[in-house]
Design a protein around this ligand. Sequence first.
Ligand code: G3H
Ligand code: 13P
Ligand code: ZN
Length: 338
Amino acid sequence: MPLATLRQVLDEAAKGGYGIGAFNVNNMEQLQGIVGAAEEVQAPVIVQCSRGALSYAGANYIRHMIMAAAEDSSIPIVLHLDHGDKPETCFMAIDLGFTSVMMDGSLLADGKTPSDYEYNVDVTRQVVEAAHAKGVSVEGELGTLGGIEDGHGSGEVHLTDPDEAVAFVHETGVDALAVAFGTSHGAYKFAQEPTGDVLKMDLIEEIHRRLPDTHLVMHGSSSVPPELVAQVNQYGGALKPAWGVPVKEIQLGIRHGVRKINVDTDSRLAVTGAIRKVFAESPEKFDPRDYLKPARAAMQELIARRMEDFGQAGHAGDYEALSLEEMREGYAAATAAA
Ligand code: G3H
Ligand code: 13P
Ligand code: ZN
């Protein structure tokens, strides 16, 4: 199946009332774990690459790997740029064949300093214009997440302001909007199980009420399952006690317009736990396949479970992927009508 666009899969998800996981990929085994899970439960899927992933694997390698996965499989796959830091990075991804890009204008191009609203609108609008002309979808972000442990972010939390969200969507024309409501990237999101004081689910409800046709995006959505943390530590790891976003809170978000759910940390935990187990139990092994195969299987198992949790399982056959040309024509018609 050709690659699908973000707009296309999120429109379908909105009609069906489910969410779609966006899983980060850095190498072949992670990609196979993600696509294997999607095949297993027959789900559409968003595969996303950060700038770190592109520089780790090489943008061209990643692109060819994902194109190969799309050619070999029957499920809709979105190829998405995660946290584009400036318009040029998004343009590069569009030229490479990504079907969706995130322009994260909530931070300046250093990926650390919170920007102001005008800057955010300016860079996001530039990307929307260029992307939509080629049929590519765009995710923007308003507000900033907490946490800096993955090197991304300011460490300051700025919750999304609903009035600004309405203006931002109208001024930029984004297809999806990432909102800040108390999550952060990485394993150490909360010091204890998060309550309503920490996760502002009512903010999501309000933004959805004000922007019912905008697909909302939840970053920092790993649940940090205790059994994965325990497995890492059982086999020599040194993770501190950690809490993530409970799956039931994500499901509540999905009922209030969250359509894209970003998960990276949980995959890292699954992969690391599996590799540590092999190293601890079979120290004589040194063929990379002996530990990468279980790592890939652990990631597939975790992601298949999340696909069931988010409701995307069973929805792979709901629609045919449109070509980028067809999407481009759709955007042109919508722009002319507006
Ligand atoms: O935005 C955070 C994602 O988990 C990607 O992380 O930049 O270390 O690849 P990364
Ligand atoms: P986690 O660190 O919670 O997996 O979040 C990943 C993310 O938001 C990627 O953009
Ligand atoms: Zn993120």
